[in-house]
Design a protein around this ligand. Structure first.
Ligand code: NAD
Length: 366
């Protein structure tokens, strides 16, 4: 009986609420598919600070190292907002996890079902068939990690801060491999987003993309777009993209814009794949919802569990090679949601069912 060994880091506020539901879905499919789930739960974020004095406790890191994948909830919230920036749950847990496991490839599906177009802030006539695009964001390079990164006092007493945007050709090629695989599994269309008219890193980015794609993926229709235009085009006609690939900060901003036009944070999943392989020879990865801890609705039993369930499906696909099973879960979520079962997610208007009932509806479709 195949064993799926993963770490469960539920985090804070609605994190544990939606994680419970994702685990319920996994337990259900494991039973029907004769799979054994072997998972260990560990504190992270605010829970890590409260129980171990650290957002990413050493014991949690060890649990992750012993696993083939990490199923992550979300971290942070008002309780820890007064801590210094460097100790904030998100910064002190997620960034070190990304760095430790070299989680360089963030894959974020931007999905809005045709039946739910009214949940998007875009006019329905712009997205008659909903939205179905993918953002591939480089996650361990660029401004967020480049050095020097510091604030200094100048001789005249003025303060000066510096962040460094740095990319190596090999880092660009590495993320391109992921973009190529993703594009090949879809419409064989890839848009590379940069700012090559201004930034040196973008000039290297574009040259590397052109050379690498010509050599390794001539079958894929490649286009380029400046990031400012990409932000406009996403709001104008998102489906002109199929897969787009971009560097860390541009991807941070564009993927959030994508989340907004897709109508509901409660529906969007993501995968962050590592450079290393797990014990099955597949990519080690961290899988998490696009949204945060939603403190405003925590404890009310109305958080939308779909993003966490869909993140678990991505884990099955990428880190355990169970593509068909992942597709089955994705189809079950779609059927449950489009058949009128909705949670209290503000994007969906009035709550019709709670978190648990939403999961029941998903399980009923499996
Ligand atoms: P948020 O994503 O938590 O919430 C924004 C809005 O979306 C809220 O109205 C919330 O109720 C709603 N929402 C989000 N997920 C939902 C779900 N599953 N079901 C129903 N509604 C949902 O963003 P925020 O309010 O800016 O941040 C709250 C906390 O989460 C902050 O501490 C922030 O730092 C943290 N955060 C963590 C992560 C992460 O762990 N990766 C990501 C983003 C924000």
């Amino acid at each position: 009986m195949p064993t799926l060994k993963f770490a469960v880091l539920a985090g804070d506020y609605i994190g544990p609420e939606v994680m419970t539901e994702a685990l319920r879905v996994l337990e259900h499919v494991a039973k029907s598919e004769n799979l054994t789930l072997s998972y260990t739960q560990a504190d992270v974020g605010g829970a890590g600070i409260d129980h171990h004095g650290k957002a990413l406790p050493d014991s949690t890191l060890k649990t992750c190292e012993a696993a083939d994948a990490i199923l992550f909830g979300s971290v942070g919230g008002p309780k820890w907002e007064k801590l210094p920036p460097k100790e904030q749950p998100e910064r002190a847990a997620l960034l070190p996890l990304r760095k430790h496991f070299t989680l360089f490839a963030n894959i974020r599906p931007g999905l809005l079902y045709r039946e739910l177009t009214d949940a998007s802030p875009l006019k329905s006539e712009r997205i008659p068939d909903g939205i179905d695009i993918v953002c591939i964001r480089e996650l361990t390079g660029g401004l967020y990690f480049g050095l020097p990164k510091q604030t200094t006092t100048l001789p005249d007493g003025d303060l000066q801060a510096v962040d460094t945007m740095v990319y190596k050709k090999s880092e660009i090629e590495r993320i391109l491999q992921v973009a190529i695989t993703t594009a090949r599994a879809r419409k064989k269309k890839l848009c590379s987003v940069d700012k090559a008219n201004v930034l040196e890193t973008s000039v290297l980015w574009r040259k590397t993309v052109v050379d690498f794609m010509a050599k390794h993926a001539p079958d894929i229709a490649l286009s380029h777009m400046y990031v400012d235009n990409a932000a406009m085009q996403l709001a104008r006609d998102p489906n002109q993209f199929d897969v787009f690939v971009t560097e860390n900060m541009f991807g941070d901003i564009l993927s959030d814009e994508m989340a907004v036009i897709c109508g509901s944070l409660g529906m969007l999943s993501s995968a962050s794949l590592g450079a290393g392989k797990n014990s099955l020879g597949l990519p080690f990865g961290l899988y998490e919802p696009a949204g945060g801890t939603a403190p405003d609705i925590a404890g009310m039993g109305i958080a939308n569990p779909c993003a966490q369930v869909l993140s678990a499906a991505l884990m099955l696909r990428f880190s355990f090679g169970l593509d068909a099973l992942a597709t089955r879960i994705e189809a079950a979520v779609k059927k449950a949601v489009t058949s009128g079962t909705r949670t209290g997610d503000i994007a969906f208007g009035k709550p019709s069912v709670g978190t648990k009932a939403m999961t029941d509806a998903i399980i009923a479709q499996l």
